[in-house]
Design a protein around this ligand. Structure first.
Ligand code: PLP
Length: 470
């Protein structure tokens, strides 16, 4: 593709994305296609000869769009959001254009230094402890996903605690509501299933410190090594917030690494009045992560892992073959982020964060997140005031968990009806062993008219049911 062709088709591709984002609200949020539909639209063999680029763009409309679940729709209330924004898309475009592989400082100093700078900006934007700044012994690194951040924390904690055969005696602790990536990370790190203890939760689904203390003390008394406590701020099922200060007391007493997974909730720190909710006790944790690709308007992939002390992380993940040696690394004056995560290669992901932060500013980010939280509280108020639905969990942030008062069958009927309508997309979980709908309010473009339309739909479905019962 010549530079002039790139210019022409690049403009057409940007126009396609702009039109998509303009129209996104008009598509059924959850893709209705059957398994195999996409492949059935495609030729079985790759092209022998060049194809015109406009034919490729046309196939986006024909083949791709019908099979998209629209994460960028303001009516996307499922899972946690996977947000994007104009500046973020443009940041990713520039990153692709530069096409650098930033494994070492030397392979593109801008890739490393912009990343260090932006993650240090986030320390200030989110009100995080100064110990997380890369200017000291700690620091932050952009990882591919929240799962990777959790895995790296597990690896660093394991290797700080000892080496084989000691590993067989190590035990980690997390709550029954922690994300599955903690269990997966433990497995990847070579631990057996019983080396991860699942600690019980209280009535708000937050880890019980007394249950943690009992589990840790019993293991320590049995000669085992409690090496890691993985707390969650904003659990996936219900955004429950584990009591980090009390957990830090216990981890500290037993010499265990304390990691906090704040995948979604960490972004809430941009709202100063929410910092006491999401940042309590962070001055005492060893590592903490959050995902700007969830609730900070930054395209997937972008998770940020912070450590108070980078040495154990680097010790776990650094291998130095001859072909990567270079003068800058050997000077000790630079960061080589390849030593801070699992893969060697790395994309220039700091660009999209940099674009986002400069576009919105601290005020803009706080404005949008504050609004999502307000909308969630208003929605919770509608649920509380209704006869047909009841709340299933507290709402510390932007997730509303509720169910139909008629039980699981009714809850499922409502959930399926909403999702089949294409007008909104909701997912579910189980809380207190009852089917629970999660309305996750955090999409970049979600406004009051969207939450109101969702509630109108829920109300209509509930009243149909009551008429039917009567
Ligand atoms: N931790 C929590 C609390 C989550 O809710 C999630 C995903 O929803 C993850 C970790 C994993 O995030 P990712 O999809 O980026 O791996």
């Amino acid at each position: 593709m010549t530079p002039d062709e790139f210019r022409r088709w690049g403009a057409a591709a940007v126009e396609w994305v702009a039109r998509y984002l303009e129209d996104v609200e008009s598509y059924p949020v959850l893709s209705p296609v059957e398994p195999g539909w996409v492949r059935a639209q495609l030729p079985p063999h790759p092209p022998q000869h060049t194809e015109p680029f406009d034919a490729v763009l046309a196939d986006l409309d024909r083949v791709v769009l019908p099979a998209i679940t629209h994460w960028q729709s303001p009516n996307f209330f499922a899972y946690f959001p996977g947000n994007s924004s104009g500046p973020s898309v443009l940041g990713d475009l520039v990153a692709a254009g530069l096409g650098v592989q930033g494994m070492l400082w030397a392979t593109s100093p801008a890739c490393t230094e912009l990343e260090s700078h932006v993650v240090d900006w986030l320390v200030e934007l989110l009100g995080l402890p100064d110990a997380f700044r890369t200017t000291g012994p700690g620091g932050g690194v952009i990882q591919h996903s929240g799962s990777d951040s959790n895995l790296c924390a597990i690896l660093a904690a394991r290797d700080r605690a000892g080496a084989p055969p000691e590993i067989g005696r190590m035990r980690a602790y997390t709550s029954t509501h922690a994300h599955s990536s903690v269990e997966k990370g433990m497995r990847i790190a070579g631990f057996a299933a019983d080396q991860l203890r699942l600690v019980g939760v209280d009535g708000s689904f937050a880890m019980r410190p007394d249950a943690l203390e009992a589990a840790v003390s019993a293991d320590a008394a049995a000669g085992l090594v409690p090496f890691l406590v993985a707390a969650t701020v904003g659990t996936t099922s219900s955004t429950a917030i584990d009591p980090v200060p009390a957990i830090a007391d216990i981890a500290g007493r037993h010499g265990a690494w304390l990691h906090v997974d704040a995948a979604l909730a960490g972004s809430a720190g941009v709202v100063p009045e929410l910092r006491p909710v999401v940042n309590a006790g962070l001055d005492r944790v060893d590592s903490w992560c959050f995902d700007p690709h969830k609730w900070l308007f930054t395209n997937f992939d972008c998770s940020v892992l912070y450590v108070r002390d980078r040495a154990p992380l680097i010790q776990s993940l650094s291998v130095l073959p001859e072909y990567l040696r270079n003068a800058a690394s050997e000077s000790g004056a630079v960061i080589d982020y390849r030593d801070w995560h699992v893969p060697l290669g790395r994309r220039f992901r700091a660009l999209k964060l940099w674009f986002v932060i400069r576009h919105y500013g601290a005020e803009g980010l706080a404005h949008h997140l504050r609004r999502h939280v307000e909308l969630a509280h208003e929605f919770a108020g509608w649920v509380e005031a209704s006869d047909a639905y009841e709340m299933a969990a507290p709402v510390p942030l932007n997730l509303v968990c509720f169910r139909h008062v008629g039980g699981d069958t009714e809850t499922k009927r409502v959930l399926d009806a909403i999702n089949e309508s294409g007008r909104a997309y909701l997912t579910s979980t189980r809380l207190d062993d009852r089917l629970t709908i999660r309305a996750s309010i955090g999409q970049t473009r979600t406004e009051r008219r969207h939450t109101e339309a969702l509630w109108d739909q829920l109300r209509a479905l509930a009243s149909v049911d009551r008429a039917h019962d009567g």
